[in-house]
Ligand binder design. Structure first.
Ligand SMILES: [Zn+2]
Length: 217
């Protein structure tokens, strides 16, 4: 498994260096390139999963875990642990989120995008809602520069792929408030500022530098 991952990472680095011919344009229906769920030894999705429909919004979370590490094998184990909690303790069909971003900025596939997530709070808030989870506790520390870059690129890619407007990029706290659900600390105050910045679709908004975050609706 580790071998396959290293090969994957090498191919990504080669592409980013620009030393090879550009890859063929992806079909409009394909999603961002992420490390496939097989790489973290995912259990199969359970039959209770519902179809996603057309994605029309995005919600950003943190894992709340301070122990998150950089090594590929450690990250794979951590994501597998999250799936275990969601399937075997919460009773959900799969890991709640569609994407996971680790401390090194790697993008990992979570629940398949064709399936509705279980991350926002209830069925209404999960409908058409892409869940992204950054590993770390961002109430006590900030996301790494690599995590921020990957999140920004991923959100931008999803926005253009599905025609999602920046106003439909939410924090977990924001989407819960918008749906009349109880508030949550997620995604932590340091990541919250960045999510509000993404909602404004500009890198230099006041919220990015610690201004008052604007919560939904
Ligand atoms: Zn959350």
């Amino acid at each position: 498994m580790l071998f396959a991952l290293l090969a994957w990472e090498t191919s990504v680095l080669r592409t980013e260096e620009g030393g090879e011919p550009p890859a063929p344009a992806r079909e409009a229906t394909s999603g961002p390139v992420a490390i496939p769920r097989g790489a973290w030894n995912a259990s199969p999705v359970r039959p209770s999963a519902r179809p996603m429909g057309t994605p029309r919004r995005i919600t950003v979370h943190h894992s709340g875990s301070r122990s998150s590490r950089y090594a590929v094998a450690d990250v794979a184990r951590e994501i597998r642990g999250i799936q275990h909690d969601h399937q075997d303790r919460a009773g959900w069909a799969d890991i709640a989120y569609h994407f996971v971003i680790d401390r090194a900025g790697r993008l990992w596939e979570g629940r398949p995008l064709a399936l509705q997530g279980a991350h926002a709070g209830n069925d209404a808030s999960n409908r058409g809602n892409i869940g992204i989870c950054l590993l770390g506790d961002f109430d006590v520390e900030g996301p790494t520069a690599e995590q921020r870059r990957t999140l920004r690129d991923l959100v931008s890619c999803l926005e253009s792929l599905y025609g999602i407007p920046p106003a439909e990029v939410h924090s977990h706290r924001g989407i819960r408030v918008a749906h009349g659900l109880g508030s949550t600390i997620c995604p932590g105050r340091h990541l919250l500022a960045m999510v509000e910045d993404l909602r404004c679709d500009g890198p230099e908004s006041p919220s990015a530098t610690g201004g008052e975050p604007v919560l939904g609706p």
